[in-house]
Design a protein around this ligand. Structure first.
Ligand SMILES: [Zn+2]
Length: 349
């Protein structure tokens, strides 16, 4: 099941197997038959009948062989649930394999607090959704103990539990809460030590983290290979031939188009263009033809943040620092996450 398409193919085949092939070999009546990808749970009232059915379905296709696990003490695991057969029907609790290690993200691990909170919340959500009343308090206590062992403070665990419960069974949304939902979102790379940023950014801005450079982002390129000058959405630099300064810019368009804009601004003497101003004031030659892409960034917010980080860290001719988050130490951190030749060259300016 390594390829992403495998579960889809498995589901398609199993559906065909159930609907078209099984009825051809057996008319045996099953009370319940539920399947998730390749795990099936079946309920029968007669063992002999079941054994016959089992041998028939195992002869349908040479590659599809079933194994069977029967209930023990009225209990049967299915996926991550344990099914309990009772007079009143089938009850469910959370099932863990005997080799389950109970190891999750440690409280002191280098992840954003949101990731840690969401890990705990995920466990609470599953318990509240799938455990019958009889098992839920035991499961909740197990989760709390698990995360206490991983260094999570008691009050944090309780807080996450109550928030998760409130989200699952919400009250009517107030106007104030609706307004909060419409917060502007800023997505930035996560680095250890960024936890306090939330305290200094404006209240109407929601801060979200994404992981910075990963093996996947470095190795996997989706969407085919584009010619370099067709890439849209990038941060670029233009060097001055007569001094060590750079012009740093960003564009949602192609670099080629942006260069054309700069050329036009110079030709028409546009005072608000930083390159024209540098030429006029210093008499230097700006080599627009030597403009280089520093980094491809599709997302507008991330692109502006990246541009701001580079402007803050290089000797440049930009007129103003246009930045969504003009926080010096944060920009320094973002700059450190950029990793390529040109940035290294800029660092040496
Ligand atoms: Zn210059």
């Amino acid at each position: 099941m390594g390829s992403p398409i495998s579960p889809v193919l498995a589901c398609l085949f199993m559906e065909f197997f159930e609907k078209d092939l099984i009825p051809k070999v057996t008319q045996a009546r099953k009370y319940i038959m539920k399947r998730y990808v390749d795990d099936t749970v079946v309920v029968w009232n007669n063992e002999e009948d079941f054994n016959m059915f089992f041998s028939q379905i195992n002869n349908i296709h040479k590659n599809i062989k079933f194994t069977v696990e029967e209930e023990k003490n009225n209990r049967l695991p299915f996926l991550d649930l344990e099914l309990h057969r009772r007079e009143e029907g089938i009850l469910t609790s959370i099932y863990r394999k005997p080799m389950y290690t109970n190891i999750h993200t440690h409280f002191f691990s280098c992840h954003s607090m949101n990731v840690k909170k969401e890990t705990v919340a995920g466990f609470f959500r599953r318990a509240l959704l799938y455990c019958n009343e009889e098992f839920v308090s035991q499961e909740l206590e197990f989760i709390k103990q698990t995360f206490r062992n991983l260094g999570y403070p008691d009050n944090l665990i309780e807080d996450i539990y109550h928030k998760t419960k409130r989200k699952m069974y919400p009250k009517k949304v107030t106007k104030k809460e609706l307004k909060e939902e419409k917060k502007q979102r800023v997505i930035i790379p996560y680095m250890d030590g960024l936890g306090d940023l939330k305290e200094i950014i404006p209240k109407n801005v929601q801060l979200c983290y994404r992981s910075s450079n990963s093996l996947r982002t470095s190795l996997v390129k989706t969407g085919g290979i584009r010619k370099e000058n067709e890439v849209r959405g990038l941060v670029y630099g233009i060097p001055c031939a007569d001094c060590d300064k750079w012009y740093i810019g960003e564009t949602g368009n192609t670099l080629k188009k942006r260069i054309r804009d700069h050329r036009y601004a110079i030709k028409t003497g546009n005072e608000s263009n930083a390159i024209f101003k540098h030429i006029k004031e210093m008499g230097h030659l700006i080599e627009i033809g030597k403009a280089v892409k520093i980094k491809t960034v599709k997302n507008y917010g991330v692109r502006r943040t990246t541009e701001a980080a580079i402007i803050q860290n290089t000797d440049n001719i930009n007129i103003q620092v246009k930045t969504p988050l003009n926080i010096a130490f944060y920009n320094n951190l973002v700059f450190k996450t950029l990793n390529n030749e040109i940035v290294n060259k800029l660092k040496n300016c």
